[in-house]
Design a binder for this molecule. Structure first.
Ligand code: B3K
Ligand code: ZN
Length: 884
């Protein structure tokens, strides 16, 4: 049977014909047959009295429909319920039955490890009852949860607890949420948990009970998360003037979850990965993620819940803004430059890759088949960059003024990105007319610059041309407003003030045309130019740096992001040059610049450990791909390997010295009884240890000292008193295929096989090893007792790591990697297509790959297109890939 697939278009938005002002939900909980009774107050919004009421539904068993208490005629299809001839205002009762236990898609009401929970964004509520399941219908919810007494000690929903009583062996708990909200923010949780509690007093003196619910026995792993909630509440008051608005805030951690977490009103539900951490089992990154994800979901209370999206095309309205807010939160509480560099790496890695591929879309997409495919790095992270640019152009004060106006105008409403920009514009008096192109146009702009210096006039004249490559559906682009934060230096690294007509001008220059000329006066010598301080716009820069200029910036720039980017530029030039060499079968070109720069960083820079570790990062192959239009994977991989080899060999003594020092520091810390802690200083040592150990081990192997390499790593593992150091060793052992990996893996397995969340690190380490046997290892780990294909965390750790991080093995030229993942996609298609669609991302590059890989992927895609019941999630991606 031919499937009809429909794309929705942003411009087709129509106001709803009906709204639902109040809904009274009763859940009679049962693992396989939960009965949901929904009593809604429905009101007609249009003057056209003939329009029928059409409700969305998905995978529901309809038991009963009543209109004002009476039976009525209706028409049910697999995804809708239509009632003709309805009055302008009425009460609608819909009774449905659902099967939470068999809900493997994890959308709607499902069972996670024996506990009921929900995920309704974007379109999960229609899997609970027939409803106007779009975000522009805001209703007040009353939720009654019923279950046999004693079955589920905790039964939670949004808002305030109204009553909790038992009659005839049935317990009924009732919740009422005073804030009207869209259905995607509805939540229900029932099960047994350990409970953590804190008191919070808001800035206006209101008391809030903060609760965190975790698996039984895991309370000690929840303290970081609950403390993070309090930090987020405080920070939002201080920086944004935003106060929590209910007397209770609940967070629940569950093991089966498609995403990271969900901001349901006053009942956030989290993937336990972003809640459960303790000093023994969590890494530094896990700790940092808890703070940022807790912050993110909490901040949604205002940017998402109080003001929500009119339709899903506006997703970036809440996500871009909330990512910006969580980035600022982490930057204010932790280390700002590091947070910025982390964000830059997401943009220059996966986001630039998305922009260059068939799924490229503006941060406010124009057409969508499966909304779940658009919870993307573009909507989230580029969306946050767009907000950051507004912040850069307006400055903090006017930006905050804009936020105030936005809430004043739109509190309690479902609005558009346009409404947000208009508030920023009106509050600041600064026009953002042309700036709006960032919302409507996809693709990564490329700014190519050049400088001409006039020594007589002491004038520096810059020419900047912007071009943006065509993306699907958008062959031609209008120029963007690009805030370019510039700094000029003398060749010995002193800052030159930016002047025009005798006056100092802002560092932020706005490029608005395709062709732009910027002149600075009083420039004493030909300047060394920093072009994108703090990565002030999500663009690619092309600028012909003269010899020595990148080194000057690396050594002297005031802005840490510029120093970081200068080193990345030096590395990228090396990679481009030697990729071309590899393609032409020419010998590699040695680069003194790379070696000297790294030597400088290690010996003279005086940078702190953490920054040093970041600046020494060699981008992975899947980031380096963005440097090329046509991707020659083998040549890029070869040139990256050569770079690592050169650095390992030529700077061997430095790596050895550095590693030995850091490992001695570790031993001394442990000997002195100083505990592991997640301080910037300790994290910095560990970050740098990872870099130093890997280069040192590589150097040892290249000298034929494999044994010593293996022993060094094994020793590091043995000494470690924390998960980060243990994984530094474990990953080095698998990355370099050391003999000692067997012992380390075995020990890790024995220690952690009862903790699947920790064991995911084992899956990741094995799946990312760049060796021919990896795929077989991954396949056999699918039989490991910790693996469970129905749990998205396991799938992402083992199979997602293999397809997305292990570029070399996944793209192995026989096509075995593609075939393996295709088999997995077929399995997941019928159980959890949303997770399937995320792990297929690297295959979407097919048109930029060599012909052989392209045809291998093409046949996998053709195979997928022929399976019965192919989900929209997978179909949409293949369809776009073929059309590119
Ligand atoms: N808003 C949710 C995302 C839901 C994902 C659905 N596929 C989490 C967040 O961004 O905060
Ligand atoms: Zn979010």
């Amino acid at each position: 049977m031919a499937v009809i697939r429909q794309e929705k278009r942003r411009l087709d938005y129509q106001k709803p014909d009906f709204t639902i002002t109040d809904i009274d939900l009763t859940f009679d909980l049962d693992l396989t047959a939960t009965v949901v009774t929904a009593v809604s107050r429905v009101k007609r919004l249009t003057t056209d009295g003939d329009k029928p009421l059409v409700l969305d539904g998905d995978s529901l068993k309809l038991l009963e429909v009543r209109l004002d208490g009476r039976e009525c005629l209706y028409n049910e299809t697999s995804n809708s319920l239509t009632i003709e001839n309805v009055p302008d205002e009425f009460e609608l009762t819909v009774k449905t039955e659902i099967n939470p236990k068999d809900n493997s898609e994890l959308m709607g009401l499902y069972v996670s490890d024996g506990k009921f929970c929900t995920q309704n964004e974007p379109e999960g509520f229609r899997r609970i009852t027939f409803f106007t399941d779009h975000p522009d219908v805001l209703a007040r919810y009353t939720t009654r949860i019923r279950a046999p007494e004693g079955a589920y000690p905790y039964m939670l929903s949004n808002g305030n607890l109204i009553s909790d009583s038992v009659a005839d062996g049935i317990r009924t708990v009732t919740w009422e949420d005073p804030f009207p909200k869209p259905s995607y923010l509805f939540a229900l949780v029932a099960g047994d948990f350990d409970e953590l509690h804190r008191d919070f007093e808001t800035m206006s003196g209101r008391h809030v009970d903060v609760y965190l619910y975790v698996d039984k026995g895991q309370a000690s792993c929840g303290t970081v998360a609950i403390e993070s909630i309090l930090k987020a509440m405080q920070w939002d008051e201080k920086r944004f003037g935003l106060e929590y608005d209910l007397n209770r805030f609940n967070v629940v951690a569950v093991d089966f979850f498609n995403a990271g977490a969900m901001e349901n009103k006053s009942l956030n539900i989290f993937n336990s990965k972003y809640v459960l951490v303790d000093a023994k089992s969590a890494t530094d990154t896990d700790f940092e993620n808890v703070l940022s994800v807790i912050g993110h979901e909490y901040f949604h209370n205002w940017t998402g819940d109080r003001v929500t999206c009119r339709d899903w095309f506006q997703l970036s309205l809440k996500e871009g803004l909330t990512v910006f807010r969580d980035q600022e939160f982490s930057s204010d509480l932790c280390c700002r430059p590091i947070e910025r560099i982390k964000a830059v790496n997401v943009i220059k890695g996966p986001q630039f890759a998305e922009d260059a591929g068939p799924m490229a879309h503006p941060i406010r997409p124009d057409y969508v088949m499966e909304m779940n495919n658009f919870y993307s790095v573009t909507v989230y992270d580029k969306g946050a960059e767009v907000i950051r640019m507004i912040h850069t152009i307006l400055g903090e004060d006017l930006f905050q003024k804009g936020m105030k106006l936005y809430f004043k105008r739109h509190d309690g409403c479902a609005v558009t990105c346009e409404d947000f920009v208009a508030a920023m514009e009106d509050a600041s008096g600064i026009s953002l007319k042309q700036f709006r192109n960032w919302y409507s146009q996809a693709g990564t702009p490329c700014v190519s610059g050049s400088l001409s210096y006039d020594g007589n006039m002491k004038q520096a004249t810059y020419t900047f041309n912007q071009t943006t490559p065509a993306t699907p559906g958008q062959p031609k682009k209008e120029p963007f407003v690009i805030p370019l934060s510039m700094a000029l230096y003398t060749s010995d690294g002193r800052r030159i003030p930016l002047k025009r007509d005798g006056k100092e001008v802002s560092e932020v220059q706005l490029l608005t045309e395709e062709h732009n000329v910027i002149v600075f006066d009083d420039v004493p010598e030909k300047p060394v130019t920093a072009l994108l301080q703090n990565f002030s716009a999500p663009v690619r820069i092309e600028y012909p740096y003269a010899q020595g200029e990148l080194e000057t910036l690396l050594k002297c720039a005031d802005d840490p992001v510029v120093r970081y980017e200068s080193m990345q530029n030096i590395i990228n030039s090396y990679i481009v040059l030697n990729t071309v060499n590899a393609q032409r079968r020419l010998p590699f070109t040695h680069s003194e610049l790379v070696v000297q720069s790294v030597r400088y960083i290690l010996e003279e820079s005086g940078l702190d450990n953490r920054f040093m570790a970041y600046i020494l990062r060699i981008p992975p192959v899947n980031t380096l791909m963005s440097l090329f239009t046509a991707i020659d994977l083998d040549a890029i991989t070869a040139s990256r390997k050569e770079l690592v080899r050169v650095l390992a060999v030529e700077l061997f003594d430095l790596w050895e010295k550095l590693y030995l020092k850091l490992s001695a520091d570790l031993k001394n810390r442990i000997a002195s009884g100083t505990a592991y802690e997640c301080s910037e200083e300790q994290i910095g040592s560990r970050d740098l240890t990872r870099v130093a150990l890997n280069f040192y081990v590589k150097g040892l192997i290249l000298r034929g000292e494999d044994r010593k390499a293996g022993e060094t790593v094994a020793q590091h593992y043995a000494v470690s008193d924390n998960m980060t150091d243990s994984l530094i060793a474990l990953n080095a052992a698998t990355l370099h295929n050391l003999e000692s990996r067997h012992g380390i893996l075995k020990d890790f397995e024995e220690k952690w096989q009862d903790n699947p969340l920790v064991f995911d690190n084992y899956f990741r380490a094995v799946a990312s090893a760049p060796y021919p046997e990896t795929m077989e290892n991954v396949k056999s780990l699918m039989n490991h007792r910790c693996f469970d294909i129905t749990n998205p965390n396991r799938v992402r750790a083992l199979l997602g790591t293999f397809s997305m991080q292990n570029t070399e093995c996944f793209n192995e030229i026989s096509g075995a990697g593609y075939e393996f993942i295709t088999e997995i996609l077929i399995k997941l298609n019928s159980t959890n297509p949303h997770v399937a669609a995320t792990i297929m991302t690297p295959m979407l590059n097919l048109n930029r790959l060599d012909n052989r890989r392209k045809s291998l992927i093409t046949s996998c895609f053709n195979r997928l297109l022929h399976i019965e019941g192919l989900s929209d999630s997978i179909f949409e991606k293949i369809d776009r890939a073929f059309k590119q």
